[in-house]
Design a protein around this ligand. Sequence first.
Ligand code: SF4
Ligand code: SF4
Length: 431
Amino acid sequence: MKAVSFKGGLKLPVLQTGVDRSIISVPPGRELIVPMKQDLGPECKPLVKKKQMVQAGEMIGESPLEHGACIHAPVSGKVTDVTRSFVHFSGKRMPAVVIAKDGPTNKSRRQDKDSFLDSLFFGGLVDFDKDTVPLAVKLDEAKLNHVDSLIVNAMDVEPFFSSRIRVMAEKIHDVLAGIKTIQEYLNIKQVYIVIDQQYTGLLSDHQTRLLHDITLVPLKYKYPQAIDYLLVKAILDKEVLCTIPCRDIMHSQDIDGLVLSVDTLAAVGSKLVSTERVITVRDSAGKIHENFQVEIGTRFSEILDACSYELDPESRIVAGGPMSGQILADPSMPVTKDLQGIFILDKEHIVKKDPKTCIKCGLCVDVCPARLIPFMISGSVEKANYDQAQKYQLSSCFECGCCSYVCPSHIPILHWIQFGKFEIFKQRSRL
Ligand code: SF4
Ligand code: SF4
């Protein structure tokens, strides 16, 4: 099939040297921190108490949402704390369960429940995407909308990351099993796997033969290549009208195609309870580029230790990725289901430029793949005019960061947008 693309976005330098780095399992540390909110659904309620013993795979947090995603112990051990004041890398405060590892990390199979969506709910499955929606919610909406096309997204969310392409190359049997399960549940007629056109050669002839009637779609390399709405437009030439109300549950209308990430499908196909994920760890100097399978709750510092990376105190850790991640002050942050990877900004690449006044050059508008007017949204948030920011569709921004990247006035547009969403979320939480 001919390579496809989308409007807007950025052609960044191609530096993905880690696509040939096989996935390595990182052993969990002695103590794991498991936050009770790891997706766009509401906070889970902790089901365990301090000093209680838990088994790996045991449910320790229950979602109050009918089709949310529950949370499980990644390891066996003793609960040493159930705190209410853990601060996630997004800045949100939430409960968390701390477990001191004491025993094996056996994987637990998901239990069959009365309905398929219940088995996903109790198995804790989410779509491992930037907007981490509980999988049962996403499939429920797809069923209601009679979606009949499935797009499997093997494009990495951030530049320099390579975890998804490695999952595609190394876990293809789980991916195909996951596709078959979803196909049967939704009565899907057409399946597409979208892959960066540079890496179609990573699949062996044998793997390509396994795809049978699945269409492999090469996508031209352009950031942000992994956004659901852009893929539906590029492949099906259909619009998806979506709003993501301030990092709350996704609400969408007119869904024509369901997009699921390749690691989500591998998780469905594995039939395991969700307690781990594959992430990329990469630094800006290119000294390190690894794809790690890690237990949820493992601290960033332990992951860096696992690859013998000595963190310079002047470097910065970015949770998520170089374009849209959050800079952290604390390397003890744990891995959660909504983390795509860890990026280290080496001290020589930290550039501080003071923001200047917007010159209305329109560059941010040209690159915005969501077809928004970024300078109007960020300007409204800066003036604390959140109603006006909403009128300019703040909620429809998918936080790719292209606008901030091109702005000649160095205005941190994305950070204003994230701040605006966070403020609106806080206001709604008080209602
Ligand atoms: S790119 Fe920067 S200076 Fe240009 S319109 Fe957007 S915010 Fe203003
Ligand atoms: S406004 Fe949002 S979607 Fe548009 S370029 Fe900026 S971050 Fe990306």
